[in-house]
Design a protein around this ligand. Structure first.
Ligand code: HEM
Length: 312
């Protein structure tokens, strides 16, 4: 039995140690989603969230935002088209120097229900000894990993970050001035972003095809995404991030994000912790969501420390 299994509940130090052990150590980079590209953006709410929330960025005029698109692997030099899941992290700049983050991915559900299962899954498939098929059958044969096998089999990554559809996966609660709560999941839906235009000439990790494609697109104007909320109904599973809600749940568009220009700092030092929320928005008790705050802080501590050492 591994140390992680013995010492449940998992700590963020154990989780990040395991990721480094399984994926390799790249000291300066995020321990997941290592390669990415950062932009400045604005978010314009359209008023449709007003009955549900007092969250300021979802109600008032325009908010500045920082956006980072990423490939999910901890490897900072991946073959981009082989990374099955892409990320889109958005940090809304609130008054008084506060922020809130929506950190989403191109899959509608996560691969495990708990952080402990996620780390055990990484351990189960680590190394080169098992073929891809053997890894898939390891996943299929463990009931905790069923969702993972299905997601990996079905996930077709977008060829452009601009045409991806991104999901919060976890539920959050919106709350209004009467303290009424509504469970929702968020999505970023591309607006008229057209076709994938990335040029993948061969299977190689040369260059930055998806990043270059975004920068080229911006020459034709902002890249836009609508922020959607899906509204839960009684009985929908709120805290299990491996479960989708039924297709017929109402979805509302509550505003539009316009990605404007590349950030010179590439958002390298930013931390897009999805548990940082303002008044009017609360995290659900999904154990994966709750764990992400500490895991991101541990990863940021390690990579920021390395950058400080290099600067000395
Ligand atoms: C137990 C589950 C998870 C763990 C342990 C985990 C771990 C991490 C870590 C360590 C980072 C790097 C943080 C940093 O250095 O700033 C990261 C980034 C990221 N994760 Fe997760 N994650 C988990 C679940 C998820 C889920 C469910 C999603 C999608 C909804 C997700 C999407 C992302 C994205 C998009 C980034 C990149 C954020 C950025 O651009 O800075 N992660 N994750």
């Amino acid at each position: 039995m591994s140390d992680v299994q013995k010492n449940c509940p998992l700590t963020s130090v154990e989780a990040i140690d395991t990721i480094e052990e399984v994926a390799g150590l790249y000291p300066a980079y995020r321990r997941a989603h290592a390669k990415g590209i950062g932009f400045d953006a604005t978010f314009s709410p359209n008023g449709c969230a007003a009955p549900y929330t007092t969250a300021i960025h979802l109600l008032q005029q325009k908010t500045s935002a920082i956006v980072r698109f990423s490939h999910s692997t901890p490897n900072p030099n991946p073959i981009e088209q082989l990374v099955p899941v892409k990320g889109m992290a958005v940090q809304f700049q609130l008054p008084e120097g506060k922020v809130t983050n929506l950190t989403m991915a191109t899959i509608p559900v996560f691969i495990t229900k708990t952080p402990e299962d996620f780390i055990q899954l990484l351990q189960a498939v680590k190394g080169d000894k098992l073929s891809f098929t053997e890894k898939l059958s390891t996943l299929k044969n463990n009931p905790n990993f069923h969702a993972a096998a299905k997601i990996l089999k079905n996930s077709i990554p977008p060829k452009s970050f601009a045409t991806g559809h991104y999901y919060s996966i976890h539920a959050y609660y919106l709350s209004n001035e009467n303290k009424q709560r509504q469970a929702v999941k968020f999505e970023w839906e591309p607006v008229d972003n057209g076709k994938d235009t990335s040029r993948f000439t061969s299977l190689s990790n040369n260059g930055n095809p998806m990043e270059d494609e975004l920068v080229n697109r911006l020459k034709n104007g902002p890249i836009r995404f609508n922020l959607m909320i899906q509204l839960a109904q009684p009985g929908d599973s709120i805290n299990d991030c491996t479960q989708e809600w039924p297709d017929n749940r109402e979805k509302l568009c509550i505003g539009t994000l316009s990605i404007l220009e590349r950030r010179p700092d590439n958002a390298e030092l930013h931390v897009f912790d999805p548990t940082v929320v303002p008044d009017g928005l609360q995290c659900s008790d999904d154990p994966v969501l709750r764990f992400r705050g500490a895991a991101y802080a541990e990863s940021a501590k390690r990579r920021h420390h390395f950058v400080d050492l290099m600067d000395e």
